[in-house]
Design a protein around this ligand. Sequence first.
Ligand code: AKG
Ligand code: FE2
Length: 358
Amino acid sequence: MPQDEALGNGTCLPILSVQEIVRSDAENVPERYIRNPDNRPNSTEISLVPDDHIPVIDFSLLAQGDEEERRKLEVACKEWSFFQIINHGVEEAIPKMKAAAAQFFDLPLSEKKKYAMPPDYFEGYGQDNKAEDKKRDWMDLLWLLTMPAHSRNTKYWPLAIPGFQESVEEYATEMQRVTYEILGNLSLLMGLERDFLKELHGEVKQGTRMNYYPACARPDLVYALSPHCDYTSISFILQDFDITALQIKHNEMWVPVKPIPNAISVLVGDVMESWSNGKYKSLPHRVVANVEKPRYGIISFVIPSNEAKLDPLKTMVDDDHPPLYKNGLTYIEYLLYTQTKETEEDKYVNIDYLKIQN
Ligand SMILES: O=C(O)CCC(=O)C(=O)O
Ligand SMILES: [Fe+2]
């Protein structure tokens, strides 16, 4: 592969676009993407939980203050760390957002590279940073900071694509509304004022990551996205509705999530696990590749300000529930830890940094 096709990210080997790898040879999977036999999607336990067991929350009921729906949200967060929301009001913005992502990845490589992720910076077009000796994921991505509006760095936005900016901004605004409603309900469930969690974030940041997973001749050998937990309070995933690729960990098994048309998936991240003193656990999840066609995942990461404290909330700590997570750590301290630490593949160790060690 010509050196020219390397993208961003100066801290490790030149990174190649998986989309370009497939374009030049759709049959063979390069060695760096092939997982060891004991660490492949089929080598772990897949659960055959019926699709209708995965929680579905009617967002419009939550927004109306329906207490029964709020109880369902609590059960979903406690038992699954995951749910799909329907009737969220984002339906009109979704196809436009998906079209914007597709138009970006359809650009020639030379165009996309204008937005390449620089070394040691997270916004832009590139891949997930992985050390040289680590296997790579079958995915390219475009990462943009989308909220608050003043934090947008349009140098990484492909503004030449007609409608791109409008579509991303509309989706980001809708998702912020949805974020505040979910955080409001979680605050109430934790015995707090509705605005508490929102304010605890400091300025609530929203990162939008467009993941492009090319079709793969050998999905049995690769991960589209390795098992991981998110470094967020909560995350939203907009899936392609006709492909089952996201898998979530539940009762030590991997459960494939069949997307409900027009639904948006929501998951609990590391920050919420610490705030809730472990009541709502951070969710290990992963994505498997598929042989038929490319897939897009559009993720809205909800991120606290750097100075936000990750201490377990007072309402979640009592004699029966001693604090399990440290006091005084800030989000940036945690984030720096996640970035500098060489994690083993497929371990979810970042949350351990927040735990009080026994
Ligand atoms: O594409 C997906 O379904 C999930 C992506 C994801 O988990 C992530 O980007 O953190
Ligand atoms: Fe994730």
